[in-house]
Design a protein around this ligand. Structure first.
Ligand code: IPT
Length: 269
């Protein structure tokens, strides 16, 4: 038997970790995984990908890409013969949703920086089209606002290290006095670290950096990255468990949210 995986670019570290873990855990229960990698989350493109899976008799699919509530609900409603497990949709979407609870990790990363005395923050969010990027940004801002810090500057990257580099240059061009960078992914944080070095800023003496994801390479960044951990092995394993039970008995909508935790390393001080 075969599961389907519809995913955003596997050149990105987090989705490739998820795909790898999902494939591993699927194999353990005797399943193959067929992958469809999409450039956009357009509804007609997604529908074609589901049609191709249907033609191959694949009727359990993980949707590992950002989808708005209405789009996810449309896909679920229009394809009742295919069990779909969504990994990146708003919690209000009435679909089967396995995701991460962004608020824990984002709030504790802001708290750490506040405790260290930081007051000038640069926010590097993910793309505005991404649900999880928007949730992370909203949580950073809420937590900062509650601490009385209303003024921060925000840039939006595209999850790549290159965008981390470019957007850091823009933020520091406007605000050379930023002392703390909150970054929505480790891959972007890699570019942030490189840009800060070029600007002759020491990490963490001059600027602290916190990433998001804790992909396995992040502890080897220089300096080792403080970041918010999402357990990609666990999400892959849990996705297999959900697909198996959804195949046995089609489920009503649910939200299964896995915890996120702050991992403190050397890029904060
Ligand atoms: C999310 C990652 O945190 C982010 O770094 C980026 O790779 C993004 O995916 C791509 O869509 S993880 C997802 C389960 C919200």
């Amino acid at each position: 038997p075969t599961f389907g995986l519809i995913t955003t670019s596997l050149a990105l570290h987090a989705p490739s970790q998820i795909a790898s873990s999902f494939k591993h855990h699927a194999e353990l229960v005797g399943y193959q995984v067929a992958i469809s990698m999409l450039k956009t989350g357009q509804l007609n493109v997604l529908q074609s990908a589901l049609n191709e899976f249907r033609a191959q008799k694949i009727n359990s699919v993980v949707m590992s890409l950002p989808l708005e509530k209405a789009d996810a609900e449309t896909l679920a409603r229009d394809n009742p013969d295919i069990q779909q497990l969504f990994l990146d949709v708003p919690p209000a979407a009435e679909v089967c949703h396995l995701g991460f609870l962004h608020s824990d990790g984002t709030a504790s990363s802001v708290d750490l920086l506040l405790e260290l005395g930081h007051r000038k923050f640069g926010l590097l969010a993910g793309p505005e089209s991404s649900i999880s990027a928007r949730l992370r940004l909203a949580c950073w801002r809420d937590t900062l606002y509650q601490a009385g810090i209303a003024e921060t500057d925000t840039e939006y990257g595209d999850w790549s290290a290159n965008s981390g580099w470019v957007k850091t240059m823009e933020l520091f061009g406007r605000h050379p006095d930023i002392t703390a960078m909150l970054v929505a992914s480790d891959q972007m944080a890699l570019g942030v670290i490189s840009a800060l070095r070029q600007l002759n800023k020491r990490i963490p003496q001059d600027v602290s950096v916190i990433g998001y994801d804790d992909t396995p390479d992040s502890q080897y960044f220089h300096p080792a990255l403080t970041t918010v951990r999402q357990d990609f092995d666990l999400i892959g394993k849990r996705a297999v468990t959900h697909l198996l039970s959804m195949a046995n008995q089609p489920q009503e909508a649910f939200n299964d949210l896995l915890p996120t935790t702050l991992v403190i390393r050397q890029s904060t001080g």
